[in-house]
Design a protein around this ligand. Structure first.
Ligand code: PEP
Ligand code: MG
Length: 584
């Protein structure tokens, strides 16, 4: 039966494919595809695990019988009988085998997929006694998973994979789309190397970091689709409309044909845009505009150069730190990553932002910051300053990489003069440490992100201390409007065009220009072609965005006349309804 779901549009385009469901973190298991020649071994793993659990239950029951025959023991024994029956249930076994044989899912993924399928059937049962057997089934599957964990697949060990995200090539016909309750930014990064044509999550806002990484992958995605992972079933055909934020499940042939047409139109449009790749980004009135790339990994520089980016405006280094089981990257590893980014850009400048973990970017996957307000807590520069040894390691690595090319060092979430002083002192210490080791290093320009209202409101103080500024509109909107950027329930209030945001952004740009300092926008606003004229009219000449957005923004630049836009922006800034003026 066809039905549709609505969420937040994350990245443009249409994806059509079969659903691959990733289990919720309640049963956090590895998901990967096994090679065809390993299918038999994977089924054997499952059989051994099942036999071991049956034996384990038998031992427990025997132990119970040896105890005095109290009622409670009878009850427990009956429950164990149910568990043994479930373990030997043909539907469970056949279903699990199906996922391994037909879809090449690893044993754990096959088990949780089948659990989801059978659990739905239990949910629909009239009889409350039978409905409650779902809990037994979950316990049985958990036992099996524990057993499997003790007998990891050779592939998993060899690859060192331990993730919720499928990584190897799937063995299926046609494209696949990923449906999950939630994906951490670290999961998304791994997902970047996989083959999915699109993805949908139940939770998340447009500028959550999961959505940002998805955008960098340039595949259609919808977040905040609330119940997608419970309503969509494994293997369902799904259309993801990344422009409208709509997910259509089990579409009729007419709907499918319509979206296939839209998909082809999108490809034609991309092809057309690629023709301006080498055209300089200059407005009609001759203003040269700097279009820079946001990256998460050194290898993203290839995508940046491919679309003609003239530098990296934001390297989110926290992605080097995430999902590493507490083993943070050392100085050499970081140096290597920064040097590769710098060399990858072939002499163009690279803006390296110091680590910005916390809030929706936890260091470890599937961990939640359990402070009451994580977005207001120890994140970004606050975390770095609370971990000076870690921060010094990063600063030394950046300084060493600066011997290989132009590096701008960018600090996230600075708000206090004391933070500026501490960073300057730590930078001096990092240089002294490198001197002591007679290590070669280069010089860096120092910049601050303007992403909390306090920084925007006292931008003159920042301009006295920093060589350049970069406006992080994602957080500036979150903190100015008091809207959690990750929370889909308030996503409708997350408004880049709120007059307060426009005033803050315009005043930071104006002040920086008045003082002759460079200023850029590196939040998602910079990559939205609908915002390009507005930002140009405010005087912005440097935009940093995901490589996938550069050509669409460049097209707007080529059509713009900044002299006319300047006057128009004044009316927008005075309006109660900027959105309406933008549509004109
Ligand atoms: C921002 O806040 O706009 C920004 C670019 O930083 P991040 O999205 O990584 O928080
Ligand atoms: Mg930010």
């Amino acid at each position: 039966m066809t039905f549709s779901l609505h969420g937040q549009a994350v990245s443009r385009g249409i994806a059509i494919g079969r659903a691959v469901l990733v289990a919720s973190s309640r049963m956090d298991v590895a998901h990967y595809f096994v090679a065809p020649e390993q299918v038999v071994a994977e089924i054997e793993r499952l059989r051994l695990a099942r036999d071991a659990v049956v034996a384990e239950l038998g031992r427990v029951q025997q132990g119970l019988q040896e105890l005095a025959a109290k009622d409670a023991h009878h009850e427990l024994s009956a429950l164990l009988d149910v568990h043994r029956m479930l373990l030997q249930d043909e539907q469970l076994e056949a279903g699990v085998k199906h996922w391994v044989v037909e879809r090449h899912y690893n044993a754990e993924w096959a088990l949780t997929s089948q659990l989801e399928t059978v659990a739905r059937q239990f949910d629909e049962m009239e009889d409350p006694y039978l409905r409650e057997r779902k809990a037994d089934l979950e316990q049985v599957v958990e036992r099996l998973l524990r057993q499997l964990r003790g007998a990891a697949s050779p592939l998993q060990v060899a690859d060192g994979q331990d993730s919720t995200v499928p990584s190897a090539e799937p063995q299926t016909d046609g494209p696949l789309v990923l449906i999950a309750h939630d994906l951490s930014p670290a999961d998304m990064l791994q997902f970047k190397q996989s083959v999915f044509a699109g993805f949908v999550t139940d939770v998340g806002g447009k500028t959550s970091h999961t959505a940002i990484v998805a955008r960098s992958m340039d595949i259609p995605a919808v977040v905040g689709a609330r119940t997608a992972s419970t309503l969509v079933q494994q293997d369902d055909w799904v259309i993801i409309d990344g422009d409208a934020g709509v997910v259509i499940v089990d579409p009729s042939p007419i709907v499918l044909a319509e979206y296939q047409f839209k998909q082809r139109q999108g490809e034609v449009e991309r092809e057309r845009l690629s023709r301006i790749k080498n055209t300089p980004a200059v407005t009609l009135d001759g203003e040269r505009i700097e279009l820079l790339a946001n990256i998460e990994q050194p290898q993203d520089t290839q995508a940046a150069l491919a679309v003609g980016a003239v530098g990296v405006g934001l390297f989110r280094t926290e992605f080097l730190f995430m999902g590493r089981d507490g083993q943070l990257p050392g100085e050499d590893e970081q140096f290597d990553a920064y040097r590769r980014a710098v060399e990858g850009m072939q002499g163009l400048p690279v803006t390296i932002r110091t680590v910005d973990v916390g809030a929706d970017k936890p260091l470890e996957r599937h961990t939640r910051d359990d402070h009451l307000n994580p977005a207001l807590g120890l994140r970004a520069i606050r975390w770095s300053l609370s971990e000076p040894a870690m921060f010094l390691t990063q600063l030394r690595a950046v300084l060493r990489a600066a011997a290989y090319g132009k590096i701008n060092l960018l600090l996230p979430m600075v708000a206090h003069a004391s933070e500026i002083r501490q960073v300057v002192a730590l930078l001096a210490r990092a240089r002294a440490q490198l001197d002591e080791r007679a290590e070669v290093y280069g010089s860096v320009r120092l910049g601050a992100m303007i992403e909390v209202p306090a920084a925007a409101l006292c931008v003159r103080m920042f301009l006295r201390h920093f060589d350049f500024l970069s406006i992080g509109t994602n957080d500036l909107i979150q903190y100015t409007l008091a809207i959690d950027r990750v929370d889909e329930s308030v996503a409708h209030l997350y408004d880049p065009l709120h007059p307060a945001i426009l005033h803050l952004v315009a005043s930071v740009i104006a002040e920086a220009r008045a003082q002759g300092k460079s200023v850029s926008v590196c939040g998602e606003m910079a990559g939205d072609p609908a915002m390009t004229r507005l930002l140009l009219g405010m005087g912005l000449r440097s935009f940093s965005m995901h490589p996938s957005q550069i050509l669409a923004v460049k097209q707007q630049v080529l059509r713009a006349d900044t002299r006319k836009l300047q006057a128009w922006v004044q009316t927008v800034l005075e309006s109660d309804d900027p959105q309406a003026l933008l549509m004109d």
